[in-house]
Design a protein around this ligand. Structure first.
Ligand SMILES: C[S@@+](CC[C@H](N)C(=O)[O-])C[C@H]1O[C@@H](n2cnc3c(N)ncnc32)[C@H](O)[C@@H]1O
Length: 282
């Protein structure tokens, strides 16, 4: 079979399940990873004969995509802030809005002085590793309750040639005795159970619920705990950054007392959704 016939076979196998542009994007991404062909090479080599193993590989991927498994889990990798991250079903797939949070932190970060940074709920380590890469002056800590996530974060740190100090802890019960950070950042679980019905099957059926969901009655449970921790754990003028539930910006902002925090700023993402918050410690 020629490469162009494989492309037709792939498209026909997924039509009706995904928009055509997305199917093509999947195809080019798989070709790049499996055949080392860039998009332009796919056209240039459309007459190339592909091996039976390659055909079987694409057939298997079609099956997995038909069950709405995310392409990032299938290929085992994704990119975030210009870096490559290994991902599997133990960790959330890093999202573009989280890249905006990282960019905001970097815009405001002191690049001259030594910094201590803590990322709570690190998952794949995307935030922690990106910050460590961009801020060589920073000592970065990454906390998660999931040992599998921490293993992945550690692996991603190694692959991207940065150091991470990992902490396995449940942030809701974590009582560190002596800690003080210049920056604490968290993208904690924030999707209410009631929001499940609006979610796409690729997220709902494949991404870890531990990373996503909170009870309807306590949607800010992680934010409250982290704000409390930050009262002791942030240095004077230190900053706490959150990715937030776009529907709960006002409620999240209300968790900060003016006794402890100077300014609390909400920020919208490129789609105009309230997605980020930064609070500065008094
Ligand atoms: C929304 S994901 C964020 C992952 C990653 N930081 C990102 O931005 O893609 C939330 C993370 O919080 C972790 N988590 C959930 N409950 C936790 C808890 N009680 N204590 C610490 N981490 C927790 C999950 O394992 C998950 O990795």
């Amino acid at each position: 079979m020629q490469l162009k016939s494989l492309q037709n076979f792939f498209q026909n196998g997924l039509l009706g399940y995904y928009p055509k542009e997305e199917i093509n994007a999947f195809f080019y991404r798989i070709c790049e990873q499996h055949l080392k062909y860039k998009r332009v090479d796919v056209s240039l080599h459309s007459d190339t004969l592909i091996s039976p193993e390659t055909y079987e590989y694409f057939e298997t991927i079609i099956g997995r995509l038909l069950s709405y498994e995310p392409i990032q889990y299938i290929l085992g990798t994704t990119s975030f802030f210009g870096l490559e991250f290994k991902v599997d079903s133990n960790v959330l797939i890093p999202r573009p809005e989280t890249e905006e949070l990282v960019a905001w932190i970097l815009n405001q970060a002191d690049t001259e002085q030594p910094l201590k940074i803590l990322d709570i709920g690190t998952g794949s380590g995307c935030i922690a590793v990106s910050l460590a890469k961009q801020l060589p002056n920073a000592e970065v800590y990454a906390l998660d309750v999931s040992p599998a996530a921490l293993e992945m974060a550690h692996y991603n740190a190694q692959q991207n040639a940065v150091e991470l100090n990992t902490i396995e802890a449940n942030v809701l019960e974590w009582k560190p005795t002596d800690f003080s950070f210049d920056i604490i950042v968290s993208n904690p679980p924030y999707v209410r159970e009631s929001e499940k019905e609006r979610m796409a099957p690729n997220v709902l059926e494949h991404e870890p619920h531990l990373a996503l969901f909170v009870e309807n009655d306590h949607p800010l449970v992680f934010y409250r705990a982290i704000v409390e921790l930050s009262q002791q754990g942030l240095k004077k003028h230190g900053r706490l950054y959150f990715e937030i539930n776009e529907y709960l910006g006002t409620e999240t902002k209300a968790l900060f007392s003016s006794n402890d925090f100077d300014t609390v700023q909400l920020k919208t993402d490129i789609f105009g959704k309230q997605r980020m918050l930064c609070a500065t410690k008094r």
